[in-house]
Design a protein around this ligand. Structure first.
Ligand SMILES: Cc1cc2nc3c(=O)[nH]c(=O)nc-3n(C[C@H](O)[C@H](O)[C@H](O)COP(=O)(O)O)c2cc1C
Length: 148
């Protein structure tokens, strides 16, 4: 099992989360490469069984929220027919940006195995480790052999 984690971060929160998610995959026995979306290892991405793609929520804090910097995500190589797990980071609500990122992924013909929003900044910051663990478990459950 090989996982490529591709992230877009402005102030470091999404980058830190990407590395925490990577640790989760390593703990479950997956080989992992973590790359900023603008500096990927194309060969690693090509060979990965799972792509994890994440960005932050941009908008006017409530109004017009969307996945940030999709222009940079558009520079990725073809992801059609790939298994993709999606995440966004946010401060107010992940709903619209996650929906936007899901649409972006579907438009590219990729298959979404799981998606989740993570609050990595702001007031009421909580321990997100349990959410990271379930994100990893949900993504990996897609690759488990089915019981006969
Ligand atoms: C210009 C700007 C606009 C933002 N707009 C929203 C928003 O509309 N809704 C929201 O929940 N968070 C919003 N955020 C918060 C970020 O999505 C959040 O802090 C994210 O974790 C930042 O990730 P980063 O540390 O990788 O840059 C905004 C942040 C910035 C800088």
């Amino acid at each position: 099992m090989k996982t490529a984690i591709l992230y877009q971060s402005l102030r470091g929160g999404t980058k830190k989360l990407a590395h925490s998610i990577a640790e989760g995959f390593v703990d479950k026995g997956s080989a992992v490469g973590v790359f900023p979306i603008t500096n990927i290892n194309a060969q690693y991405v090509l060979n990965a069984d799972l792509l994890v793609i994440g960005t932050w929520t941009d908008g006017l804090f409530g109004l017009g929220a969307r996945p940030a910097q999709l222009g940079k995500l558009n520079l990725l190589p073809d992801i059609s027919h790939r298994n993709v797990a999606l995440f966004v980071t946010y401060e107010i609500s992940p709903e619209k940006s996650l929906k936007g990122l899901c649409e972006w992924t579907q438009d590219r013909g990729a298959s979404i195995v799981t998606s989740s929003g993570f609050k990595v900044r702001g007031p009421f910051q909580k321990n997100i480790q349990p959410e990271i663990n379930s994100f990893v478990d949900n993504a990996l459950s897609h690759f488990l052999p089915t019981e006969t």
